[in-house]
Design a protein. Structure first.
Length: 368
């Protein structure tokens, strides 16, 4: 009964537009602070001069990579949803998958996308439990795909660790550890009853502490429901192995285009790269992004910029100047964060329009 009430509550929970606007303003404020800090250590005029000399053709290729990534990203969710036969309209699932980027970009640790996706599925009359199972399956597929790239990049670039100072090496280690821990944690909750029971017991014991229990006790029913849905997701994965493997492949293909974007941006700024170096740039991009997953700011702002400039100016690809590294970071962030956020927000708006039409149609049918 308690779980049923929780599920109904999840289905009725609206997306707060006020909170969304506040989150966007916070993102813009943090971004402004980050760029001010970066330009305090770099020549702003040199960056402007480099931007004036950007190769338009190479930037167009970078933009095309972003579009291909954005187009491919929701396909894994569509693939899983189709196999589970919960949603009939491909366009709805596609827009739900695409909207993930927007909510991830405006929340700490990029944690906002999945809960909102569950809510969006319920707007199309998919039960919260079923939608959570789909989202968990899709997230695990992404974590496996990203960890494949992360491990490959660590194996290749680990030998260059002497090029980074001790504090940077420590941050790199933390990022990789958190990425791998998240995957192991998700799989453990989904497939291991012992882990679920142990975590529940831990929460119950923490609730006995007066100042913690007051707030934490409310989360236990939600955690139990999440565990049920994660377990359901694990069963779906094992009963639809082909669709799950297909989802992983689609995520990997999307990530290839995403990780390739710096190659074209740096070439646009004058870097003398041959096509043969692209696989190494892809691994370097995965390396940079993985190292900063632990940064608690929305979209990893601050950490991601630092990782990009540090890794691409660490003499791994010839002697790229710091000015090229910073200018490349600005263009890369403009495409992969701000432009992608706009594309994702448009997908969310389109979905909301479709939901309004759907509910109006349902209301008309009920009246008849």
């Amino acid at each position: 009964m308690e779980n049923k009430e929780l599920e109904n509550k999840q289905q009725k929970k609206p997306v707060s537009h006020k909170k969304t606007i506040i989150s966007i303003l916070i993102v813009l404020l943090i971004s402004a602070v980050v760029f001010i800090v970066f330009f305090n250590f770099n020549d702003f005029n040199e960056t402007l001069n480099l931007l004036k000399t950007v190769d338009g053709i190479e930037m167009a290729k970078a933009f095309l990579c972003l579009l291909l990534y954005a187009l491919l990203w929701p396909m894994s969710l569509c693939f899983i949803a189709k196999q589970n036969k919960f949603v009939t309209h491909f366009a709805d699932v596609y827009m739900i998958g695409e909207s993930e980027h927007f909510f991830n970009a405006i929340t700490p640790f990029a944690t906002g996308g999945q809960p909102i996706q569950v809510y969006l599925f319920t707007q199309k009359d998919v039960k919260a439990g079923d939608s959570t199972g789909i989202i968990v399956s899709n997230f695990i597929a992404f974590m496996i795909a990203s960890n494949i790239f992360a491990i490959a990049s660590l194996v290749f670039y680990g030998k260059f660790s002497e090029k980074f100072d001790s504090s940077t090496a420590w941050m790199i280690g933390l990022g990789f550890a958190m990425n791998l821990f998240t995957l192991v944690f998700m799989i453990s909750i989904a497939s291991c009853k012992f882990v679920r029971d142990w975590l529940k017991k831990l929460l119950e014991n923490l609730c006995k502490i007066k100042f913690i229990g007051k707030h934490l006790s409310k989360t236990i029913p939600a955690f139990e429901k999440y565990c049920e849905n994660a377990q359901s997701a694990a069963k779906r994965i094992f009963s639809h192995k082909a669709s799950f493997l297909g989802a992983i492949v689609l995520k990997m293909l999307a990530l290839v285009f995403y990780y390739a974007i710096p190659y074209f941006i740096l070439k646009a700024l004058g870097a003398d790269f041959s096509f043969q170096i692209m696989p190494y740039i892809i691994l370097a991009s995965a390396f940079a992004i993985t190292t900063m997953v632990w940064v608690p700011t929305p979209g990893g702002t601050g950490g991601i910029e630092f990782a990009f400039t540090t890794i691409f100016t660490a003499s791994l690809f010839g002697n790229l100047s710091n000015d090229i590294g910073v200018t490349g970071m600005i263009l890369w962030r403009a495409l992969t964060y701000y432009l992608l956020m706009i594309i994702s927000a448009l997908a969310y708006i389109i979905f909301e329009i479709r939901v309004k039409k759907y509910k109006k149609k349902q209301q008309t049918i009920e009246e008849v």
